[in-house]
Design a protein around this ligand. Sequence first.
Ligand SMILES: *[C@@H]1O[C@H](CO)[C@@H](O)[C@H](O)[C@H]1NC(C)=O
Ligand SMILES: *[C@@H]1O[C@H](CO)[C@@H](O)[C@H](O)[C@H]1NC(C)=O
Ligand SMILES: *[C@@H]1O[C@H](CO)[C@@H](O)[C@H](O)[C@H]1NC(C)=O
Ligand SMILES: *[C@@H]1O[C@H](CO)[C@@H](O)[C@H](O)[C@H]1NC(C)=O
Ligand SMILES: *[C@@H]1O[C@H](CO)[C@@H](O)[C@H](O)[C@H]1NC(C)=O
Ligand SMILES: *[C@@H]1O[C@H](CO)[C@@H](O)[C@H](O)[C@H]1NC(C)=O
Length: 425
Amino acid sequence: MSFELGTKLFLVLFIVCFNGGGSGGVVIARARQMTTAGPKTALHLGGGRKSLIFNVKSFGARADGTTDDTRAFKAAWKQACETTGTVSLVIPRGVYLIGPIKFAGPCKNVSNITIHMKGYLKATTNLSKYSFGSGWVEFGWVEGLTLTGGGTFDGQGVKAWPYNSCPTDLNCKLLPTNVKFVAMNRTVVRGITSVDSKFFHIALVECNNFKGSKIKISAPANSPNTDGIHIERSSGVYFSRSHIGTGDDCISIGQGNSQVTVTSITCGPGHGISVGSLGRYRNEGDVKGLVVKDSIMTGTANGIRIKTWANSPGSSAATNMTFKNIVMNNVTNPIIIDQEYCPFTSCPTNPPSQVKLSDIYFKNIRGTSSSAVAVALECSKKIPCQNIYLENVHLDLSSGEKLPTSSCKNVDAKYFGTQIPPPCA
Ligand SMILES: *[C@@H]1O[C@H](CO)[C@@H](O)[C@H](O)[C@H]1NC(C)=O
Ligand SMILES: *[C@@H]1O[C@H](CO)[C@@H](O)[C@H](O)[C@H]1NC(C)=O
Ligand SMILES: *[C@@H]1O[C@H](CO)[C@@H](O)[C@H](O)[C@H]1NC(C)=O
Ligand SMILES: *[C@@H]1O[C@H](CO)[C@@H](O)[C@H](O)[C@H]1NC(C)=O
Ligand SMILES: *[C@@H]1O[C@H](CO)[C@@H](O)[C@H](O)[C@H]1NC(C)=O
Ligand SMILES: *[C@@H]1O[C@H](CO)[C@@H](O)[C@H](O)[C@H]1NC(C)=O
């Protein structure tokens, strides 16, 4: 069967479920010709609820890995977004070559929209097709989106990484993020994979109420700026049970976030879990209400890092942050607060950082450090860190040799329970 885009003659398949009070309902399917609506399936869920299903293949997606299927995806989304009630967009197994695409709302009459993605999406490698700074696959202004199904977003970053000048140039052009969520409410992302993103793998900007779980992220340890999950100006964010191995931060929590919880993450290779970098731009929002717990970092450059730039053009704060039950396996800087963050060969350090760090708890942090300084608390000369608590920290040197050490600047930390390395004098 093949469908020509733009024709008005579509096949509509109705699947009717008679829900016998639980599982094991009877399914009846019948097909008929329709002259108005698009290729869609109505799934009656019982109890008067029904869900319309839109399959990208019915909109002309070829899934041959070489034909650009972007138009079919756009057409399927447009129809899904314009319907009423509970909607599903289905991306069946197969390899789809996709250019930059925006799944944009608002979908006014849609209460929930689920994308069942079993397919393998490959990003086009032609960089002139992307607008710099935007995403490859971007979701925006949608309420009640669920993205699930075990599918993969392959950014094909290998060919793009040589064009990334950001590691050396402050004013670089940003390559596209694999999957970007902008101004979304009530989002669930479960059981998807992102590989070899050109830039960040997953980014959230101005999202409220976001739950991510069972996400797999991978890119080589030396791939530039391939942060696993970047979160900015968002609130009510929860990530759990995910594995991230990449070339930059596994998770970076940027400015303006509140109520963010990260739990049961394995990270490595990568640069660890970071708050920041903060204080680079004017008018940044505060970070508050962060919990990172029950996670394992293996062979990463940092474990838990809080990084702020010196010479910040504005002032802001990061407060009420808890990091607990974290295992460090051969991590270079297991615990590090760095208020003179500088990814370049040099950065101005005057004036000192104006980001105020306070109420930060490190609890039950254990494992090994591959560098001598296992705990570095280096705060701003202008605004010293306040209320920094360390409780039961046990970090040995990976080499098995002598004790690691602590380093402190402009901080008066409070210590409880075990402390290896010993606290700063
Ligand atoms: C939403 O539903 C209302 C009432 O059924 C209808 O009048 C309106 O046109 C629909 N809006 C869209 C964007 O489909
Ligand atoms: C819509 O999604 C929410 C979760 O975001 C869920 O609690 C609710 O049951 C869903 N509603 C329908 C009608 O599927
Ligand atoms: C890359 O995309 C641009 C813009 O769409 C197009 O003009 C150009 O022909 C493409 N290059 C290749 C090699 O396909
Ligand atoms: C998300 O929620 C905020 C606050 O309730 C609201 O202002 C905004 O319009 C919502 N966005 C969407 C896409 O529904
Ligand atoms: C600190 O953050 C936690 C987790 O988000 C929250 O439950 C708690 O209410 C916050 N405490 C204060 C004093 O704001
Ligand atoms: C620890 O990490 C360092 C690099 O940071 C590496 O050279 C070393 O082989 C690792 N050791 C173990 C035991 O994995």
